[in-house]
Design a protein around this ligand. Structure first.
Ligand code: 6PG
Length: 231
């Protein structure tokens, strides 16, 4: 079941996401962060929290170094991680994009299995949604969407800018999570929201295949992003 929550604006979406991250962190959870602009606001809201019990992962990143402008890790560091001092700092596992997408994906999958079990069920995975209904770095029509075995895979060709190779969580890992939360704001996302979360959803939309079972799927929308859904 898709649990849809509509907030007045992007700030409301960010606040709701921040609450969910804080509560999973307090419980000592494995939490995967997303890239993108709406999550960035959520991370900023967590600067005052004690996140030491959490282990943080990234649901995707660009195959670049940790200081590159395109790096999702760099964004999370700027927005949140650099503002958390000991003893409030969580354990952070970033995708080592500087190794190249294939090696970084192999390393990240091995680390996940070592830290979270051979079939990891992460406590909370955050995701964004692109205007083409991509999520994480699962782009429509690209082979990564079909991946059925691996937990993390390389995406040699992105489906959108920035045109750099990516590393992404796969559908098997996303769908094994205890909770997946999408953060989506803005009118330009309304068609993608309708494709991914209407009943029936559009199977060409990668986000339509994120349906954790028996985990929860929560979609945090602002009013503008929700306009394409029948309510
Ligand atoms: C990435 C992201 C990607 C993102 C969406 C939505 O690395 O590009 O993880 O999946 O979440 O493109 O991004 P916005 O929230 O910025 O629109």
């Amino acid at each position: 079941m898709v649990d849809i929550e509509v907030h007045p604006d992007a700030a409301g979406v960010a606040a709701a996401a921040a609450e969910r991250i804080a509560s999973a962190a307090r419980a000592g959870g494995h939490v995967a962060l997303a890239g993108g602009s709406t999550p960035e606001r959520a991370y900023e809201l967590l600067r005052g929290e004690d996140l030491h019990a959490a282990t943080l992962w990234f649901s995707d990143d660009r195959a670049v170094g940790p200081d590159a402008p395109e790096s999702n890790y760099a964004m999370a560091a700027r927005a949140l991680l650099d503002h958390l001092e000991e003893p409030r700092r969580p354990r952070v596992h970033r995708i080592e994009g500087e190794l190249g997408a294939t090696a970084a994906a192999d390393r990240y999958e091995a680390l996940l299995r070592a830290e979270a079990g051979d079939r990891p069920q992460l406590d909370l995975i955050l995701l964004g949604l692109g205007p083409d209904a991509h999520t994480a770095s699962l782009f429509p029509g690209k082979p990564a969407v079909q991946e059925a075995e691996r937990l993390v895979t390389a995406v040699p060709e992105a489906g959108m800018k920035p045109w750099v190779p990516r590393v992404t969580f796969t559908l098997p890992l996303l769908n094994a999570a205890r909770e997946v939360v999408f953060l989506v704001a803005g009118a330009d996302k309304a068609p993608a929201v309708a494709r991914a979360f209407s009943e029936p959803a559009d199977p060409e939309s990668p986000a339509a295949h994120v349906r954790p079972e028996p985990g929860r799927l929560i979609v945090l929308l602002d009013e503008e992003a929700a306009t394409g859904l029948e309510r």
